[in-house]
Design a protein around this ligand. Sequence first.
Ligand SMILES: Cc1cc2nc3c(=O)[nH]c(=O)nc-3n(C[C@H](O)[C@H](O)[C@H](O)COP(=O)(O)OP(=O)(O)OC[C@H]3O[C@@H](n4cnc5c(N)ncnc54)[C@H](O)[C@@H]3O)c2cc1C
Length: 393
Amino acid sequence: MHTQVGIIGAGPAGLLLGHLLHLKGIDSVILERRNHEYVIDRVRAGVLEQFTVDLMTQTGVEARLHREGMRHDSLYLSFAGRRHHVPLAELTGGKAIYVYGQNEVVKDLMDARIATGRPLHYEVQNVSVHNIDSSKPAIHYEADGKQEELKCDFIAGCDGFHGICRPALGDAVTFYDKIYPFGWLGILAEAAPSSEALVYTYHERGFALFSMRSPRITRLYFQVPPDEDIDKWPDDAIWDEMLKRLSTQDGWKPNVGRILNKNVTAMRSFVTEPMRAGRLYLAGDSAHIVPPTGAKGLNLAASDVLHLARAIASFYGTGKTDLLDQYSDTALQRVWKTQRFSWWMTQTLHRFPDENPFDYKRQLADLDYITGSRAALTSLAENYVGLPLDVSF
Ligand SMILES: Cc1cc2nc3c(=O)[nH]c(=O)nc-3n(C[C@H](O)[C@H](O)[C@H](O)COP(=O)(O)OP(=O)(O)OC[C@H]3O[C@@H](n4cnc5c(N)ncnc54)[C@H](O)[C@@H]3O)c2cc1C
C-alpha cells in the first residue's frame, strides 16, 4: 500500500490534517489505535480560539459549530469574593472564544472524512514507523490480525502525548519539560450554566474554573494535588468544595446537578524541539502539551496542522521543500508564545504548596492590578482569544 501522507492518530490534529490535505487533493491514510466511539466520547477540550473557528469556517466544517457552539465575548476573573468582567471582544477588536466540545469538533471532522471516502482505519495495533530518513518512509501496523505496511512520502505523527512518533524522532531532539505540583479535578454536570461567561477563580483554597458545554451542561474544575485519588471525592464533597471556591459575595454560584463524569488530570508543560526528524513530522499533543488553564491544547494542534498542511501542499505544488524545512521553526514560534501564556495563567491563578503568606498577598495584588489596568487586560484578552494567524489555505 502507498499513500502520500500517512497520518498516525485520529484526534483533532490527525483528522484536521487529513481534511486540509484533502482540500488540496492530497491523499492520506489515517490510522487510529482506539475505536470510533472511544475517540468521540473522550471528554477533553471545550474552548476554541477565534483562529480555530476561522479555520474551520474557511475549510467548510463549521455548520454545526455556528449552530450549536456558544460564542463568548467575555470572561470573568474572580478573586477575594468578587467577579471582574474581562470584555474579550471589546479589547481585541471583536474577537471571541467559542464553547464547543472537542467531541463535537472530532465528530464534524470524522463526518467530513467519511464524506471524502478516503481511508480512516480504527483499532489498528502495534503501529511503528520506519526509514524516516529516506524518501519513502513506512508505517507498519496490524489490522484485523494481519500485518500491514503503508509506504508514504511523509508521516505525520498526530498520536498525542503517549504515542509512538515522538520516541521515534531519535536522539537529535531536545525536550523541555515542567511539571506542576497540582492537577485538576474536573466534572461534567447536568446543570444549566448559571453564568453566561467562564469564571476563572483564584481562591485561598486553590484555583477553580466554572465553564460549560451546552445550555444544559456545566463543566467545572478545581485544583487538587497531582496524584489525587478520585475515589476520595464523593459527589457531595465535590459540590461542597466547588461552592466554597466559586461562590461570590454578590450571591452568584454554580447550579448543582447530577455529576455525569469526573476525573483528575495532572498538569504539565512540554515541548519537543525540533518537531520533526527526516520525513516524520509531529503535530499537536505528540509534540507539546500545555496546562489546560489557557484552554490552548486543541487550538495549538490546529495551528501546527495548518502550517504542516501548507508545507506539504507547497511541496506537491512546487517540488520545493523550503516550507517543510521551516515547519518546526514556524510552528514553535506560536507553541512557545502559547506555552508562556498557559504557564502565566497557571501560576497567576493557582496556589503552590511552597508559597507563604507573602506570595498569597502578592498574587492577589497581581490580579487586582490586571483587572484594574486596560493594558494588562488587553494582553490577557489577545492571548486568550488566540494570537493572530492567517487562516488562508
Ligand atoms: C481535561 C482536559 C481538558 C482540556 N481542555 C482543553 C481546552 O479547554 N481547550 C483546548 O484547546 N485544549 C484542551 N485540552 C487539550 C486537548 O484536549 C488536546 O490538546 C488535544 O486533544 C490534542 O489533540 P491531538 O490530536 O494532538 O491529540 P489527541 O487528542 O491525544 O489524539 C491523538 C490520537 O492518537 C491516537 N493514538 C495514540 N497512539 C497511537 C498509535 N500508536 N497508533 C495510532 N493511534 C494512536 C489516540 O488514540 C488519539 O485518538 C484539554 C485536555 C484535557 C486532558
